[in-house]
Design a protein around this ligand. Structure first.
Ligand SMILES: Nc1ncnc2c1ncn2[C@@H]1O[C@H](COP(=O)(O)OP(=O)(O)OP(=O)(O)O)[C@@H](O)[C@H]1O
Length: 270
């Protein structure tokens, strides 16, 4: 289920990723000028490990507001581990995360409130129906339950007639849709989705893509992990995590981090 959020935050409160006077900024371009752009998320030199082994080391990237990035990579590369770090669910062994220009370690509720994170296997309360989950999450985040956004999202996913059922009686795809409805109905400024397309049928996958484009259009930053091509969605950036390192492909420039060609298809990137 999406991360609990305590405050509603306006999306148009854009923060520039420009450098502070105190420290050098990795956004500095080759000619020494700074790229002033609205950065939602910045990870610097992240290292995560389980027991004595690093899953990845020295990983960094930026995600702009109003943009969608795909996170790809083979099984076990560390995508879910990276998501948990970015969502503040676990601490990196080394490195730092900035959320809209402020240091983020997951301890600040106001910061957590602007993130919706849907893990690869969303979990739900046993004794709440789908409708009760939605109302609970909206109330917990100080949002009115009378609004139609969650209802509209349920309609679009074909779940409206299942509001009174318990998620435990849902199929895997239905549970994924419910988690996505909750995450999106909270109007997050940063949306972290770990393999959301996996259990969705082709029609639902297109609906999700439409929802993510709408989220991007209203200024949200979206990071989505995926193993296969995603229908009806063009990312702005593709990140590939493999062998403990992160590569970045810019969808417009088609070039980054030493890669000299445009975007290969996702299957080639696995
Ligand atoms: N709780 C844990 N304890 C120990 N090792 C773990 C734990 N969670 C994950 N790992 C290991 O960390 C590595 C990265 O796992 P992770 O789930 O982040 O990869 P992934 O890229 O999301 O994989 P997939 O594409 O299969 O979902 C794997 O080798 C995995 O076995």
């Amino acid at each position: 289920m999406g991360d609990a959020r305590m405050n509603e935050t306006k999306l148009d409160d854009r923060h520039s990723c420009g450098p502070s006077a105190e420290k050098p900024d990795p956004a500095q371009s080759r000619n020494g000028e700074f790229r002033q752009r609205p950065c939602a998320l910045r990870a610097e030199r992240l290292t995560c490990r389980y027991a004595a082994e690093d899953v990845f080391a020295d990983v960094g990237f930026e995600l702009d507001q109003g943009s969608i990035a795909f996170l790809t990579g083979p099984n076990g590369a560390g995508k879910s581990t990276l998501f948990r770090c970015l969502a503040g669910w676990s601490a990196p062994r080394e490195g730092s995360i900035e959320l809209f220009g402020e240091p983020f370690d997951g301890s600040d509720r106001t910061q957590r409130a602007i993130i919706s994170y849907v893990p690869d296997v969303p979990s739900f309360y046993d004794d709440l129906t789908a409708g009760e989950h939605i109302r609970f999450m909206l109330q917990a985040n100080g949002m009115g339950v009378g609004g139609s956004k969650a209802q509209t999202l349920m309609d679009r996913f074909g779940l409206s007639s299942h509001l009174d059922q318990y998620p435990s009686s849902y199929s895997r795809g239905m549970r994924q849709k419910l988690a996505l409805v909750i995450a999106l109905s909270l109007d997050p400024r940063l949306l972290l989705l770990d393999e959301p397309y996996g259990p969705l049928d082709p029609a639902a996958a297109i609906v999700l893509s439409e929802m993510l484009v709408e989220a991007r259009d209203r200024g949200a930053a979206v990071l989505v992990s995926c193993h296969h091509d995603v229908p009806a969605l063009e990312p702005d950036t593709v990140l590939r995590l493999a062998d403990g390192a992160l590569m970045r492909f810019d969808a417009n420039a088609g070039l980054s981090e030493g890669l000299s060609t445009g975007l290969p298809n996702l299957a080639e990137r696995q």
